[in-house]
Write a protein that binds this ligand. Sequence first.
Ligand code: CP
Ligand code: NVA
Length: 321
Amino acid sequence: MSTNAYSVYELNSLKGRDLLSLYDLSRQDIDMIFKTAETLKTMQKMGAEYKPLKGKTLGLVFEKSSTRTRVSFEVGIWQLGGYGLFLSKNDLQLGRGEPIKDTARVLSRYLDGIMIRAYRHSEVEELAQYADIPIINGLTDLYHPCQVLADLFTIYEKKKKFSGLKLAFVGDGDNNMSNSLLLGGSKVGMDISVASPMGYQPTDMILKKAQECAKLSGSKITITDDVYEACKGADVLYTDVWTSMGQEEEQEQRKQIFSGYQINSEILKIANEDALVMHCLPAHRGEEITDEVMEGPNSVVFDEAENRLHVQKSIMSLLMG
Ligand code: CP
Ligand code: NVA
C-alpha cells in the first residue's frame, strides 16, 4: 500500500455508508472513489497485493441474472482479502416471503456488507433502512450506480476531464442506465443529451434531481426524441438494451418502438471524431448498436467492463474498510 493511498483513506467520508444512488454521493465522494480505484488498478497491474478487507464477508444477493456484476464483485472482494457469499434470492427465505426488514437485521449479524441486485428499488431502500451494514446497489429498476461509476472512471481515463464533454444516451430514457447516467454525468459536470421515443423519456423525478446536479456543476441536460440532435458533436455515445430485465413481455413491442434508436456508423459520423462508444453490456448487436461500431476503434466497451472490477474494489474498500 502506498502512502498516497493511505492518505485517501484517512479522509474517508464513505465508511459505513450505503451506495444506492449516485444522487447521494457528493463530487468529493466520487473523486475519492476514483482516486482509490486508480491506485488499486495500478497496484493490481503491478502485481502488488493489498488486502484491507481481510476477514470481512460480502453477501451478494441476486434476484436477476448477471455476468459482470457477480464476477467482478466476487473476484474483487477476494482480491481485497475478503470473502464473497453468493445468495440467490430464490434460495433465501426472502424468496418465500420472509420480510426484508427481518432479513436485513439477520444478515447484518453475519456479514460486513451486502451487494444486492433486485427488481424493485424500494426493496433495496428498505433493506438499507433496516440493515446496519453497508448496502451496495448492484442494479434495480431505477438505478445502476456501480456501472455508471465505472463508466465515468473510464471516460476520465480516456479524456482526462469531464467538464466541456457531451455524453449522448440513445435508447430507453426511462431505464436504470439512463437514470444513473443523468445523475452521475451531471454531478461531474458533463452535458447529457438523452434521445428516446416519446413515452420512454426520463421521469420528472429523475429530471428534477439531474437538473439540480447540473445547476451545481454548470452542465446542461437535453431530452429529445431526435437521435441526431442528441448525438451531434458528442464526445461519448452511450446505449443500452431496449428491453431491460423484467420487461421481457414487452420485447416485441419495444423492438418496433425503439427501431432507429441505434448507435451505428451514421451516428458515429455526426459525433466528434474521437468519440467514445460505450455500452454497459450485455449488448444486442443489430438492435441498439451495430456489430461494426461495437467492434470498431471508438468502442471502449471492454475497458468499461474491466473497470467495474477496479471501481467496485474501491467502493468496497471505502464502505467496508
Ligand atoms: N452491466 C452489467 O451490470 O452486467 P451484468 O448484468 O452482466 O452484471
Ligand atoms: N437496463 C439493463 C441494464 C443491464 C446491465 C437492464 O436492466 O436489464
